[in-house]
Design a protein around this ligand. Sequence first.
Ligand code: NAD
Length: 288
Amino acid sequence: MSEIIYGNLIAEKYRLKIRDEVARLKASTGKSPALDVVIVGEDPASQIYVRNKEKAAVEAGIRSTVHRLPAETTQTEILTLIEELNLDPEVNGILVQLPLPKKINAPAVVEAVFPSKDVDGFHPVNLGRLMTGERGMIPCTPKGCLKLIKEVREDLTGLSAVVVGRSTIVGKPMAQLLLNENCTVTTAHSKTKNLAEVCRRADVLVVAAGRPRFITDDMVKEGAIVIDVGINRLENGKLCGDVDFESVLPKCAALTPVPKGVGPMTVTMLLDNTVEAFCRQNVIERNL
Ligand code: NAD
């Protein structure tokens, strides 16, 4: 029997745990974890993402402040705001919503955030820590994907894992997380030859390519765990993933749907990273 991994339900469970943890932290320290989000310009998708993050934070008891800056904001103005937030002891997590307007040097902005407050986990210091296996902030989407995989199978040691996609925010950190779990990892990308054959080797297949339904059943190993990160909007306005859900589901052990799969876990891991940042900044051991 194939399992549908409903990320929305698993995310709900985590959010309740985080809400309880935040309440306990508030009771013991008198302070709530605080997340500051910086959004520049009017990109409609970004506006929705930021609203969702703000709502989720508030529901978890996390203090959330959104800094909405006009599209004309200069690089210096953004960096000045980030410096203020870096130095503000009341701010535990800083998230700069991407993409930034084209004239802004996005990597410079990402690198301006203190690594200890970088709840997106995109700062090179945090990505480096992921490589060395040190404790750092883990990017939210791959962190959420790993939690979903572990809902199906706790010990991944020795499994063959394939990640399709090599972006810095999903594919590369995902591959590193699976390597840290003792998987034998292959990263596939747009230049990979014989993609179907590569994917068929995967006990764990994570797809983050942004290509609607392009992973079909002939590319999936019988009994694989398949995580579909893709979010694609079809012409009819509906969302779909990178995996052809109908054909792949009967063949695999477990598969995430789109929507209600990885997306809700991404936001949940942002909350988790904010609590993590708060605890580290206040030298509190987490007991999750
Ligand atoms: P990206 O465009 O930065 O990277 C896409 C990657 O896929 C590239 O590395 C490319 O080499 C690879 N790729 C493209 N076409 C391919 C092909 N035909 N065969 C093999 N590899 C191919 O995208 P991203 O930011 O990593 O996002 C990937 C997808 O995941 C998008 O649909 C995005 O919307 C979605 N996403 C979802 C969440 C979430 O929370 N659910 C978060 C981030 C991204």
